[in-house]
Design a protein around this ligand. Sequence first.
Ligand SMILES: NC(=O)c1ccc[n+]([C@@H]2O[C@H](COP(=O)([O-])OP(=O)(O)OC[C@H]3O[C@@H](n4cnc5c(N)ncnc54)[C@H](OP(=O)(O)O)[C@@H]3O)[C@@H](O)[C@H]2O)c1
Length: 262
Amino acid sequence: MNLGLKGRIAVVAASSQGIGLATAEAFAAEGCRVAMCARNDRTLNAAAEKITETHKVEVLAEALDVSDAAAVSGFVSNVVSKFGGVDICVTNAGGPPAKGFLACTLEDWQRALEFNFLSTVYFAREVIPHMQRKRWGRIVTITSITTKQPVADLVLSNAVRAAVVGLVKSLANEFGKDGILVNNVGPGFTATDRLKELARARSVASGKTEQEMFDSWAADAPLRRLADPREVAETIVWLASERASYVTGQTVLVDGGLYKGL
Ligand SMILES: NC(=O)c1ccc[n+]([C@@H]2O[C@H](COP(=O)([O-])OP(=O)(O)OC[C@H]3O[C@@H](n4cnc5c(N)ncnc54)[C@H](OP(=O)(O)O)[C@@H]3O)[C@@H](O)[C@H]2O)c1
């Protein structure tokens, strides 16, 4: 299938490892020029160099925190100066800590809002005018299965990700007339460092080993395994492609069937 993405300019936020990195790689494999960011410049630059070498595409990598609106604005300006625009923007950030409601501090709530909601607002504000000029654009937010089905001890994610879905639907409604499609991807349990972090937190709380945690998550999904980050990335790339040209305002779960609803 020709995805029609060759030469497109793709910004992928929080992309030095995990699902973000797999997404940056998948766009590069389709011949996109890719802009990546993360806070740790050493890990980010190593990831960017590997993508450049493997896929022979231009890559811009900039160390920044996606919860810093001015830094996001400067990053998008640099992408436009280097590549001439932005066609695709994938928003992402590290996930909030695993905690129950009473264990969450007000600072936890503030950080979850900044990382997992406001960062999407910051990117959308910057990229939409460029997409409007081209009358073509794709925004894909990375959230979680928690947008459909709350997960125990992830109250920060359960609550804050819902705001992203409201934003996605609103942007899809407002900017469809400009050829901009906006969708949300909700991963289920995916084999990344984030999941190792969750396994550590859960094993302390439950007395189970980390391996038992991974096994129980895998067993919960009808596919009986965790996702590979690449499987989430490929769904994102499809949503950004010409092959998904009539899909907007949707949440697509990549969860191996874990969501129990209809
Ligand atoms: N893995 C799963 O099972 C799963 C399931 C559902 C939802 N999710 C969600 O999907 C998202 C990605 O998860 P993942 O598993 O790929 O996470 P990960 O392996 O922990 O990777 C997170 C990436 O984001 C970067 N990052 C984190 N906070 C950032 C910030 N404030 N500014 C810029 N970059 C930042 C990290 O680099 P730096 O630390 O250097 O900044 C890293 O590159 C998270 O929101 C997570 O909650 C994951």
